[in-house]
Design a protein around this ligand. Structure first.
Ligand code: SF4
Length: 371
């Protein structure tokens, strides 16, 4: 409760496991609908499920080679304050919100995924906030982990910058949940990822989760340019693989800083000490600023070399929100479509983690998927 100024629990979920956590500290009622983005992070609302919550990631853009992950949008806003967070330009009700009907969420996922039993669904909970962040978000994550342990063709993807993994450690996860960290060097964490766990705490949590048998995901996204970035990312990669074995890393994503012009203004207003908007960038036809292409390619190649040096060259590694030409410059090859990337990821899981993906992926079925 120490980060939170208030907790409101809707009467419909008062008796649920998550609804009971704050007992008499909670105000009964509907969402306080806090309009200010930063203030909304301090007011938690726990409410019932309204409408559908399971869908394809809203960032999917057919002009890019997207990983076509699915998401559950049961969390909205985040107690952390990353300066580059797109939520500051996205949310209207900025109250930190959590849906407590975990059983209903799991039912919706089962109903949809049972229709394509041949397909491996990767399902994230980070679209509108950090999956684990603080209690009770981590307790909600633990409920989902238990539910996913019995779903044959689904993988739950938790993604975090926190170290609040305690509720995950002693539960039956059946290896069907990947716990992932967004990773950046200490310099970036301190300046741009305000309120998140430091690198040491994240790596300690990662090692504990890995010891508990969970596969690990790594997200170097957004990579951020600053003087000495090459050395800093080198040191960070070294520390990651001191903490966990590459054999337990199921996939690695890489992307660079990006934001649209409206968000640039929000960043400069909300976080005037941040320097991330000062770099030279180009505006893409998706209306997002990015570093110049040669710089992005240089950053990605540098990171790939580091992964190779640390024995992680065989982990499935992909770019986030980049076109085929950047893939080609970085990897010397590229997936021919979003469905092809979906297939390649399923195939990698099948080959490296057969206990998670028992059904051999059928390339033709993935290639025929429509987005
Ligand atoms: S952890 Fe993610 S959701 Fe939370 S503020 Fe940072 S970027 Fe936004």
């Amino acid at each position: 409760m120490k980060r939170l100024k208030s907790v409101t629990v809707h009467p419909a979920v008062r008796a649920s496991r998550l609804g009971k956590i704050f007992d008499d500290q909670a105000i009964p009622g509907d969402s306080p609908r806090i309009p200010d983005y930063r203030e909304g992070k301090r007011h938690l609302y726990i409410g019932p499920k309204k409408g559908k919550m399971f869908h394809v990631c809203a960032s999917l853009d057919t002009r890019y080679i997207c990983c076509s992950t699915h998401v559950i949008s049961h969390i909205s806003n985040c107690p952390f304050e990353c300066t580059y967070c797109f939520l500051q330009n996205y949310l209207t009700d900025t109250t930190l919100s959590l849906v407590a009907d975990t059983g209903a969420i799991l039912d919706e996922i089962r109903e949809k995924t049972v229709l394509q039993p041949w397909r491996l669904f990767r399902i994230g909970t980070w679209e509108l906030g950090d999956s684990i962040a603080i209690p009770p978000l981590n307790q909600a994550a633990a409920e989902l982990v238990e539910g996913f342990s019995g779903m044959p063709n689904c993988i739950l993807k938790l993604r975090t910058k926190s170290a609040e993994v305690e509720p995950l450690l002693d539960i039956d996860h059946g290896r069907k949940t990947v716990v992932s960290w967004t990773i950046n060097p200490r310099q970036v964490i301190t300046r741009e990822e305000i309120g998140t766990a430091g690198l040491d705490a994240r790596l300690d949590a990662m090692a504990r989760v890995s010891s508990a048998g969970y596969p690990i995901g790594l997200h170097f996204d957004p990579m951020i340019l600053f003087p000495g970035w090459e050395k800093a990312y080198r040191q960070t990669v070294q520390e990651i693989f001191d903490a966990v074995s590459p054999e337990e890393v199921i996939w690695i994503s890489i992307g660079s800083l990006r934001f649209n012009p409206e968000m640039k203004k929000k960043i400069e207003n909300n976080y005037p000490a941040s320097t991330i908007t000062a770099q030279e960038m180009v505006l893409g036809d998706d209306n997002k600023f990015r570093y110049l292409r040669p710089i992005r390619v240089d950053m990605y190649r540098h990171l790939l070399d580091l992964l190779d040096e640390h024995g992680a060259g065989h982990c499935f590694t992909y770019l986030c929100m980049e076109r085929w030409n950047v893939w080609h410059e970085v990897f010397g090859r590229y997936p021919m479509s979003i469905g092809h990337l979906d297939f390649l990821m399923a195939q990698s899981v099948y080959n490296r983690f057969p206990e998670i993906c028992a059904c051999k992926p059928d390339r033709q079925k993935y290639l025929a998927l429509e987005y």
